[in-house]
Design a protein around this ligand. Structure first.
Ligand code: TXA
Ligand code: MG
Length: 330
């Protein structure tokens, strides 16, 4: 039995009202955000959230991010401290997720039974309008089958989940293209970066006035990863099916059945297996196009995808984190 494919809605006032009604009725809606597309449900309704896990094939030990429209709504789901409010005032709405003690209103399915909840206030204007109309905090992981590359367009969502969900709100291509930065600020003296993103560690440190330690899972093939410390931060994630090979610098592009992806447009080369992420190698452009490029090349049938890594620091840390996870085979 095949289900009809999801309907893609443009962000008209009427459509937003329809989608807000669906969310209030406990249905799923895929939503655009500035980072990646999310698969949203009423965060206060465990049955609605269960549908997210089913549609994605996501294991229940991997907790969800709750999206809020206002600081009042933040207080409904979490117990913010001064450090959290400092970060919220500086970076919200935007691509920053805060891990805080949860309020009792948040069901255990959202937090994988933990006493903490991850919260963010997104900046995408259509998602903000939908959050306001729904009048609910919305739990939303990335809108992709578990383990695959995150979606940055409505078409990506339809490709991966089209037969599992009914509605996708089209908000165009994601501006940032990488999932939000996640920082655990439950202990304001020891902020911990769980996932690097567009809000850089350096920017967090400037606002907090202290060091932020990175504890994100590092892919270690065959070995134990830090995923045990932070459930859901699985080493292998965001992965295309085609084997991915990382390079500090791509030197040789002779193999014709393999794809070569440069950060910037290489001089000369005009071959069908040569690609680049940003004409000038601007890291914001690289981040924006990374997942879409991996998806497109995954479909193109290359035997392997070779890709260049940017030099570390700032946004490069987030890009390298995703590249390492995408390349991990374990
Ligand atoms: O940019 C984003 O964050 C996107 C958009 C849709 O907002 N969401 C997203 O969610 O990327 P996703 O699929 O990565 O799943 C949320 C992740 C979990 O895998 C876990 O690593 C972390 O957030 N997380 C959620 N709750 C947590 C908690 N209580 N403690 C630690 N980490 C948590
Ligand atoms: Mg995800």
């Amino acid at each position: 039995m095949t289900r009809r494919t999801a309907r893609v809605y443009r962000g008209t006032a009427r459509n937003l009202a329809v989608l807000a009604g669906r969310l209030r009725a406990g249905e799923l809606v895929a939503v655009p955000t500035e980072t990646v597309y999310g698969l949203a449900a009423n965060a206060l309704d465990p049955r609605a959230c269960e549908k997210i896990f089913r549609a994605k094939g996501r294991p229940h030990h991997d907790p969800l991010i709750v999206h809020v429209h206002s600081l009042a709504q933040l207080a409904q789901v979490a117990q913010p401290n001064a450090a959290a409010l400092k970060l919220a005032r500086r970076f919200w709405p935007g691509p920053l997720t805060l891990v805080l003690p949860k309020q009792a209103a948040v069901p255990g399915i959202v937090t994988a039974g933990r006493p903490s909840v991850a919260v963010r206030m997104p900046s995408h204007p259509l998602f903000r309008r939908l959050l306001k109309l729904a009048g609910l905090p919305l739990a939303a992981p990335s809108a992709n089958p578990f383990g695959y590359v995150s979606p940055t367009t409505a078409a990506h969502v339809r490709d991966g989940l089209g037969r599992k969900i009914g509605a996708i709100l089209d908000g165009g291509a994601a501006q940032i293209g990488l999932e939000s930065t996640i920082v655990d600020v439950r202990d304001p003296k020891r902020p911990r970066l769980l996932r690097p993103g567009a809000i850089t560690r350096e920017a967090l440190e400037r606002v907090l006035g202290r060091r932020v330690r990175l504890i994100a899972a590092k892919p270690r093939p065959g070995g134990r990863s830090r995923a045990q410390l932070a459930p859901g931060l699985l080493a292998r994630h965001y992965s295309p099916r085609t084997p991915l090979v990382l390079h500090r610098k791509i030197a040789d592009t002779a193999t014709t059945d393999e794809a070569f992806v440069f950060l910037r447009r290489p001089a000369g080369a005009r071959k069908k297996n040569i690609f680049w992420l940003d004409a000038r190698g601007d890291l914001r452009g690289v981040a924006r196009r990374l997942f879409g490029t991996l998806r497109a090349l995954d479909r193109a049938g290359f035997a392997r995808i070779h890709i260049e890594q940017p030099d570390g620091g700032g946004l490069a840390d987030a890009i390298n984190d995703r590249l390492r996870r995408a390349a991990a085979r374990a």
